[in-house]
Write a protein that binds this ligand. Structure first.
Ligand code: SAH
Length: 501
């Protein structure tokens, strides 16, 4: 029999998963998760892990609790380790206690991994510390939705009302008028601050502050719905002063990242850090060539090369893969001068112990040509390892300037196999504010995958292009690059988006 792990997956921000939880998702045979557990975590699971969604959103229980329990027990008895992911903390209104009892009864070994509970995290992300010496000496976690089959309420509203405790309600939005009414009837002052935080810690977090007297009406007006945490008490008055998360420049903005999956993370991470809701839609897939005979031959004759010019991170990676295939390493470049077209490519070289001799101040082919000319590239032999199909301007200009140029394809890019449905759904729900393009081929592939006519239905969506060449490609589709950075880099692109949106 294997162990079942009852794991708190935190309130939504992927960074709030514990290290122990991640380790277990990475190693368990079965991962069982529900509505409130961030589905991004499934990426950590083993490729061969069995992944089971058991639902639980308001009314639409995908699997009733007893069947969830039976399923988990059956898997454990079949010798499979089970990671049972629950939103927040498993023992805070997560029915984790009941699941653990069932496991004990079935004789299945289990462990609990506490998680960051929404009742603490959502207020923290909204600028509200649940305790503060100036306001309260205690905090109370309360269900705002008691089991409707219970005959007598377990709540003692008088006690809640008369204490100076911060009250944190889970599952309470629908019952807000009742909650506020009972607290006022029990003696909490009408002007007690109350806050609501919806989708706390996620890129779509929203919050509002009101008073006991007005909160039901205010929440109704603002259409606040589940999942929300309700916080009652003086600490809510700090939210303005201590707000930080909702100040992020791209909070709530949906941004599409179209780069190849292998390359998307830098831009995606920068955007997420600025608060954006990132939609990864890789339009390019980066693939090795079918045949590396030409590369092998070129590597063996590196002795005759004066300059190696790398135009992309992938160029560096695939070139080094082939060096390794030939039983060589960075030392093979000992006598060669090396140029990188931009800081990311330069960084990739440094990872391999090569500090580039030249990185142009502006990250376009034209600027590389000018810089290399200054460094006396005339009459020299230049090797450019790069994608099979790429812009010809760099080799052409260098050749025109008198260099002996050889282009060496080391990888190829293809149109990614992508289903545009998720993006189209998000567009029609008004969730997407911008689409980013980091190269001309991402533009071309994007419109191969998603019809231009569909895109035209959403004229408010902004297009962000990394530089003038990409913007020109977009123009061919009759679309303007509304956002363009001054510096043609990924950080530049992210900063320009933040400024524009
Ligand atoms: N075990 C969970 C709570 C499950 S009960 C935990 O410890 O956080 C479900 C309720 O939790 C929701 O109705 C809502 O009140 C609250 N909740 C969960 N995630 C939330 C989030 N990201 N933002 C606001 N409230 C959340």
């Amino acid at each position: 029999m294997s162990t079942v792990y009852l794991i708190g997956a935190g309130p939504g921000d992927p960074g709030l998963l514990t290290i122990r939880a991640k380790e277990l998702i990475e190693t368990c045979d079965v991962v069982v998760y529900d509505y409130l557990a961030n589905a991004d975590f499934l990426d950590y699971a083993r490729p061969d892990a069995e992944i089971i969604y058991v639902g639980k959103k308001g009314g639409d229980h995908t699997l009733p609790q007893d069947q969830i329990n039976a399923l988990i027990i059956a898997k454990a008895k079949a010798g499979k380790s089970v990671a049972r992911l629950k939103g927040g903390d498993p023992y805070v209104f997560g029915r984790g206690g009941e699941e653990a009892e069932e496991l004990v009864e079935a004789g299945v070994p289990f462990e609990v991994v506490p998680g960051v509970t929404a009742g603490v995290a959502a207020p923290a992300y909204a600028g509200i510390p649940v305790t503060h010496r100036d306001f309260t000496t205690s905090v109370c976690f309360i269900t705002g939705h008691e089991d409707p089959t219970k005959e007598e309420s377990g709540h003692n509203w008088e006690v809640y009302a008369k204490s100076n405790s911060t009250l944190v309600f889970y599952m309470g939005v629908k019952n807000l008028p009742m909650i506020a009414g009972n607290l006022m009837a029990g003696g909490r002052p009408k002007d007690t601050p109350v806050a609501l935080v919806r989708w706390g810690t996620r890129c779509n977090q929203e919050s509002m502050v009101s008073t006991l007297e007005r909160v039901a009406e205010d929440a109704e007006k603002r259409k606040f719905a589940a999942p929300s945490i309700i916080i009652v008490g003086g600490v809510c008055s700090l939210s303005n002063k201590l707000a930080w998360f909702e100040k992020k420049p791209l909070l709530g903005k949906g941004v599409v990242v179209t780069r190849a999956r292998e390359q998307a993370s830098e831009l995606a991470d920068l955007l997420k850090d600025m608060g954006a809701c990132v939609y990864e839609f890789p339009t390019i897939s980066v693939e090795p060539l079918d045949d590396y005979a030409e590369v092998e031959q070129a590597i063996l004759s590196l002795g005759g090369v004066d300059w190696l010019v790398f135009t992309s991170v992938n160029g560096v990676r695939f070139f080094w893969d082939q060096l390794a295939e030939a039983g060589l390493d960075s030392r093979a470049l000992g006598g060669v001068e090396v140029a990188a077209i931009g800081p990311a490519t330069a960084g990739e070289l440094r990872l391999r112990g090569v500090n580039p001799d030249f990185v142009p101040p502006k990250y376009v082919a034209e600027s590389v040509v000018a810089g290399l000319l200054e460094r006396g590239v005339q009459g020299k032999s230049v090797l450019i390892p790069r994608a099979k199909v790429a812009r010809e301007i760099l080799p052409e200009e260098l050749a025109r300037a008198g260099a002996k140029v050889r282009v060496l394809p080391v990888y190829e890019t293809r149109l990614a196999q992508q289903d545009p449905d998720e993006i189209i759904d998000a567009l029609s729900a008004g969730k997407i504010h911008a689409v980013t393009f980091a190269s001309s081929s991402t533009v071309e592939n994007f419109f191969d995958l998603l019809p231009l006519e569909t895109m035209r239905l959403y004229p408010k969506v902004r297009f962000a292009c990394i530089g003038p060449v990409t913007a020109k490609t977009l123009k061919r589709y009759g679309l303007n690059a509304h956002i363009q950075p001054e510096e043609y880099t990924i950080p530049g692109l992210a900063a320009a988006l933040a400024a524009a949106l």
